[in-house]
Design a protein around this ligand. Structure first.
Ligand code: MF3
Ligand code: CO
Ligand code: CO
Length: 270
């Protein structure tokens, strides 16, 4: 195991990936918990007719009231607390005038900062009654995340995570989006490495205790290609097929994984 002595500023890195100290886990735990609680709080509000801008306001006030800062507010010109991505929106949907409709499936993604640490998580919300194919897509996405996270332990590689996700998703005749990936995080929102949701066993950097990153697969019912709309943010499937995503922030421990953004409400029950 690599250790870090000396000042609070010191950080060891392998392949440009920070190795955090045991005490840094506590910071991530608090940030991850608040992010998860924000998504928990939204659950009863994600109903037919709900306005997406109003959901964003609920999230912003919740985060601020609980000692956090919304990381996305002002991030690269983004002006909201959450991203809300319905149906064929892959990610980075902007809250606004749109009201949710019965049958929508919606991803809500929030990142909070607590004492300088980032907690980043997203999950799927069914709005009212959803179609069986939508339900199936959501189930596949959560299963894919679980399989990816099951690879997180010292000695495995980032390629093992991507491989586990890709082989499962494709076995279900769905596709993995390539244009967006997970990322290192900690005191920085988007840090090294890029965490790909596809790949080959044994490729990529080796996982070591103290690495913090997200896994956030985007899964499409149709083809993997996406395009970004003129607003510069909203990513949609090119073939208009349904898309789904879920995200956890995790840390590599001495013998496995700690999921900082876990919640009993994370995976919707159908
Ligand atoms: N939370 C997103 C992620 O998973 C990033 C959103 S950036 C924003 O990495 F600016 F669009 F909010
Ligand atoms: Co993320
Ligand atoms: Co996110």
């Amino acid at each position: 195991m690599e250790t870090v002595e000396a000042s609070a500023e010191a950080t060891t890195r392998t392949h440009g990936i920070k190795l955090h100290k045991p005490e840094d886990f506590e910071g991530m735990r608090r940030a991850g918990k608040l992010a998860a609680e924000c998504l928990d709080m939204l659950t009863p509000h994600v109903v037919p007719g709900a306005n997406t801008e109003a959901l964003d306001k609920l999230a912003r006030e919740f985060v601020l009231d609980h000692g956090g800062l919304p990381a996305c507010l002002g991030y690269r010109g983004y002006n909201h607390t959450v991203c809300i991505s319905p149906n064929h929106v892959v990610c980075h949907g902007i809250p606004g005038e749109r009201n949710l409709r019965d049958g929508d499936i919606v991803n809500i993604d929030v990142t909070v900062i607590v004492d300088g640490w980032h907690g980043d998580t997203s999950r799927m919300y069914p709005v009212g009654e959803i179609a069986p194919k939508a339900r199936r897509l959501i189930d596949i996405t959560y299963e894919a995340l679980d399989l990816g996270l099951a690879q997180v332990k010292p000695g495995n590689t980032f390629g093992d995570i991507g491989w586990a996700i890709q082989q499962y998703v494709e076995s279900q005749r769905c596709s993995v989006v390539r244009d967006f990936c997970g990322h290192g995080l900690g005191r920085v929102f988007h840090d090294n490495p890029n965490v790909l949701h596809f790949g080959r066993k044994g490729e990529g950097a080796v996982l070591k205790p103290g690495m913090f990153f997200t896994v956030e697969p985007m899964v499409n019912l149709g083809k993997p290609q996406v395009k970004v709309l003129n607003d510069g943010w909203t990513a949609v499937t090119r073939d208009k097929s349904l898309s789904s995503q879920c995200e956890h922030s995790v840390g590599v421990t001495e013998d496995g994984i700690e999921i900082f953004t876990a919640s009993p409400l994370f995976r919707p029950k159908f």
